[in-house]
Design a protein around this ligand. Structure first.
Ligand code: HEM
Ligand code: PLO
Length: 481
């Protein structure tokens, strides 16, 4: 297999033009296929995605090398037709290649998120209000069964709309429906397979992108006309202020970058959060909810509105959310990384331009680090004690508990990286955690979720689109008081 001299990587067979694609034809989605192949070819193996030499990494120490130790060397992104259409040729954060301009841009976005997220109560207030409206909507369903996907999607889209441009919508507002509609169109055309192996069906994508850009352009103009420097009302203001402060050099971001950031905040913010909440409810339908409910009842009560300061009081709920992100990572192979320069991995040399797929699914299901990785088990200790293999398993040096230690405190094992790590770590992580906690806690404080009579339990395998999502399921939502 190609490698810059010295040791070489095991590699899938290849033919001209198609590369190894013929060997990748499978009914399995990429993360499962790669996990299977890593058993045969090892923790890092090569393949050719058409002409592109690509490494697939499935072992935590190698993943840490890619993302952290050599994070900067592997911080590039491949150029792809679909993402170029989506981002005006890389004027966003997620799909833009590493460059001084990208670094400035990412820093500005990070600071702007902090301004409204952890650094203030603004996001908390928005999420609390939207979680309350969501609960009112569910309350009015009066125990009827429904598919929660559109309701959750609307709630999280509303959060992002308020955070990004201060617009708040009623459930059927035409502008909100436009946002949901174009987003849905984009998701369908660039399903995740398309991010790894792009397809060329671009017409619909271009249409959706142009609807999106028209809407965001209007918002941008409105904001520019009413902006008070020093007093950002929302993320768009904060980005505009940051953009205007630029030094006039070639590494400054432009207004187009601001527009693409707003677009990306929607895409990333909506798909990931709503999907994680849907997985949470799907898994809770398969498992008893008593422990989450009793923790909430004992530590908070049924009526007091929850706030972020309750997170440390609810370690079990927090562990449930982590276990959901472990067992069904929304981004099971992250976004492809690219070696920016000649470098190395596990002692093997890696030429500049090599693509790297980090198989986070394999990391989160590695039996070396997770006891019974396919079992949903937020708190492994309890089950382990009743397990006849306890003595044997506990003596394994590398064995990690899940998300609660023996005294019931939250623990975070080293082979758990749902947001990635290093220079390309998810820029919305703290935003996402705030949203997940406030939505999940409020929903579970007020409701019990059950499988409707006659319906079957949700399928837990899921489907890989632009993120890994559960198949549609219906659920009965019953008020707890
Ligand atoms: C990137 C996970 C929510 C914005 C990523 C990556 C992962 C991830 C795995 C790729 C890291 C890599 O390629 O190495 C998640 C999960 C979320 C979530 C699990 C929620 C459950 C959000 C939210 C936002 C966001 C709410 C923003 C509003 C981004 C951006 C990137 C990114 C902009 C690209 C970062 C870069 O390339 O430098 N996320 N994300 N994400 N995420 Fe998230
Ligand atoms: C989702 C559809 C949007 O219209 C555009 C968009 C932007 C950012 C993407 C997101 C989509 C899918 C999920 C991604 C996110 C950036 C980071 C996130 C890929 C395509 C994850 C979890 O990796």
């Amino acid at each position: 297999c190609r490698s810059g001299g010295g040791l070489t990587f095991p590699c899938l067979p290849r033919v001209p033009v198609f590369g190894s694609l013929l060997h990748l034809r499978s009914s399995l989605p990429p993360h499962l296929l790669f996990t299977q192949l890593s058993r045969r070819y090892g923790p890092v193996f090569g393949l050719y995605a058409g002409p592109h030499f690509t490494l697939v990494v499935s072992e935590i120490s190698l993943v840490r090398e890619v993302l952290l130790q050599r994070g900067r060397e592997f911080a590039g992104r491949p150029k792809m037709v679909t993402t170029d259409v989506l981002t005006q040729g890389g004027k966003d954060i997620a799909f833009a290649d590493y460059s001084p301009l990208w670094k400035n841009h990412r820093r500005l976005v990070h600071n702007s998120f902090t301004l409204f997220g952890e650094g203030s109560s603004k996001l908390q207030t928005i999420v609390q209000e939207d979680a309350d409206s969501l609960c009112e909507e569910l309350q009015s369903c009066r125990g009827q069964s429904s598919d929660l996907s559109p309701i959750l999607m609307r709630a999280v889209t509303n959060v992002i709309c308020r955070l990004v441009f201060s617009s708040s919508y009623q459930p059927n507002d035409p502008e909100l429906l436009t946002v949901i509609d174009y987003n849905d169109g984009i998701v369908q055309t660039i399903a995740r397979g398309g991010l790894i192996f792009p397809n060329k069906d671009l017409k619909k994508l271009k249409q959706c992108v142009s609807v999106r850009d028209r809407l965001l352009h209007r918002k941008l103009l409105e904001h520019k006309m009413t902006l008070t420097p020093g007093e950002p009302r929302d993320l768009l203001d904060a980005l505009l202020i940051g953009q205007m402060k630029g030094s006039g050099g070639e590494d400054d971001i432009t207004e187009d970058h601001v527009l693409m950031t707003a677009a990306e905040a929607f895409g990333a913010g909506v798909e990931t959060t709503s999907t994680t909440l849907l997985w949470t409810i799907a898994f809770l339908l398969h498992h008893p909810q008593e422990r989450v409910h009793s923790e909430l009842d004992e530590r908070v009560g049924r009526d007091r509105p929850l706030s972020l300061s309750d997170r440390s009081r609810l370690p079990f709920l927090d562990a449930v959310l982590c276990e959901v992100m472990r067992i069904r990572p929304v981004s099971p192979v992250l976004i492809p990384h690219v070696a920016m320069q000649d470098t190395s991995l596990g002692g093997h040399s890696v030429p500049k331009g090599t693509r790297v797929l980090v198989n986070m699914w394999a990391i989160h299901h590695d039996p070396k680090y997770w006891d019974e990785p396919d079992q949903f088990r937020p708190d492994v200790c309890e089950t382990l004690f009743s397990c006849s293999l306890f003595i044997k398993r506990a003596s394994l040096v590398n064995f990690t508990e899940r998300f609660l230690d023996s005294s019931g405190k939250r623990a975070t094992p080293g082979s758990f990286l749902p947001f990635g790590a290093g220079p390309r770590i998810c820029v919305g992580e703290s935003l996402a955690r705030i949203e997940l906690f406030l939505f999940a806690s409020r929903l579970l404080q007020r409701f019990h979720f059950s499988v409707p009579p006659g319906a079957s339990l949700p399928d837990l395998k899921g489907r890989l689109g632009v993120v890994l999502q559960p198949l549609r399921y219906s659920v009965r939502v019953t008020p707890r008081h």
